[in-house]
Every structure is written in C-alpha cells, then in structure tokens.
Design a protein around this ligand. Structure first.
Ligand code: SF4
Length: 205
C-alpha cells in the first residue's frame, strides 16, 4: 500500500532507519540534510567535459547522457530531504589504481539506501554516487549496455549516476552534513595513516 510520504518525512524514525541502513551497508557516517542545502554549480559539471574526463560519454550515467545541472535543480524542487553519506578510506588506497572496490561500495551503498527508502514508501527516492559506473562496473566491456545494447543497465541494483554530471557541490554537502572535508591523519601502533573520504547522496522525499 502506498504510504503518505509527506507525513512520514516528518518522522525521525524514517531518517534514523535510513541512516542505520547506510552504516550497515558500509558508510562511515551519514546525515540527514534539507534538500535546499544541496548546491548545484554548472561549472562543476562542465569539468566532466573540459578537460575531458576519460569516462566522458561512455555510460548512460555520465554526461552528456544525463539531464545535467539545470534539470537536477528542477528535480530538487520536488524534494525536501536527503541523506548524505561518506566512506572514509586510507588516502593511499583512494588515490591508487586499486580503488575500484571502494567505488563499487560507494555505488552499492547509495543504491541500497535508495532501495530501503523505496521499501519505506518513498518510491521517488533517487541515489547518486561518484566516479563513472562504466569504469567501476563495466570496465571489462567495450560498451555501456544501457547506451549501446538492449537499453538495460547490467547493474541496475548497484550502479548509480555520478553527482559530478549534475554539478553537485560536494564541499557544500560536507558542510551541510557538518563534516570536515579535508583528510585526517590517524596514529596507529604501526605509524600514521592518512584518511580521506568519498560521499554519495540520496534524495528521499
Ligand atoms: S551498463 Fe554498465 S556502464 Fe552502462 S549504465 Fe549500467 S553499470 Fe553503467
């Protein structure tokens, strides 16, 4: 039965449940923000094209195949709440060539929160991740199947569009969540570890 999302949005239980879901899926932290705290900047989306990202145009989830900043701004008008989550990882992993599993986790966490929100009655929930799904999930294939094949994504339950193509200002997302964006150094018995983070976004209602 369809539930009244406008009422449910006012309940802490729903957002608390989604944050718990995010943490169980692999997020280091998650927060509820107001949709009007999401800042869209066209110049950020332009960076996908100039200088041209190596993944530009390769998947249905990357520019120029996504609706872009203007349409995303319009979409935000229909939402009041969002979940932002982050995953902290050692910087040397994030900036290495061995980071695909990390970005898979980012996409899967975003998709999982979205699916949980849908189960709770928010059928319009939409998730966004980071990095190209072509690189993250389909690097062994020549083409994105959603673009060149039968129109069906190979990973509909796992892959989500990157925030970059919509011009989402990630620094402002961190600020809205109350998080520091700059990396931190943790001291351990075997030395210090530099940590950075990546983040995703799920529009709820
Ligand atoms: S088929 Fe692969 S590249 Fe295309 S949208 Fe799906 S995950 Fe992305």
């Amino acid at each position: 039965m369809e539930r009244d999302a406008s009422v449910l949005c006012e309940t802490d239980a729903i957002t608390t449940g989604l944050i718990r879901e995010a943490l169980e899926l692999g997020a280091t932290d998650a927060a509820v923000i107001s949709a009007d705290q999401i800042v869209v900047d066209k110049s950020l989306a332009d960076k996908c094209r100039t200088p041209k990202c190596m993944n530009y145009g390769l998947s249905k989830s990357c520019p120029p195949h996504v609706a872009g900043p203007a349409a995303f701004k319009n979409l935000l008008e229909a939402f009041s709440l969002a979940i932002v989550f982050k995953i902290e990882v050692p910087s040397e992993v994030l900036y290495s060539g061995q980071n695909l599993e990390l970005f898979q986790l980012l996409h899967e966490t975003a998709a999982g929160i979205e699916q949980a929100a849908v189960r709770m009655g928010f059928s319009g929930a939409r998730a966004y991740a980071g990095n190209s799904c072509k690189k993250v999930f389909c690097s062994d294939y020549l083409e994105c199947r959603a673009l060149e094949g039968d129109g069906q994504c190979r990973n509909p339950d796992r892959a989500r569009p990157s925030m970059s193509g919509f011009g989402v200002n990630v620094a402002k997302l961190y600020a809205a969540a109350g998080w520091e964006r700059k990396g931190v150094t943790h001291e351990t018995d075997s030395g210090s570890i530099r940590m950075d983070s990546i983040c995703g976004l799920v529009l709820i209602c």
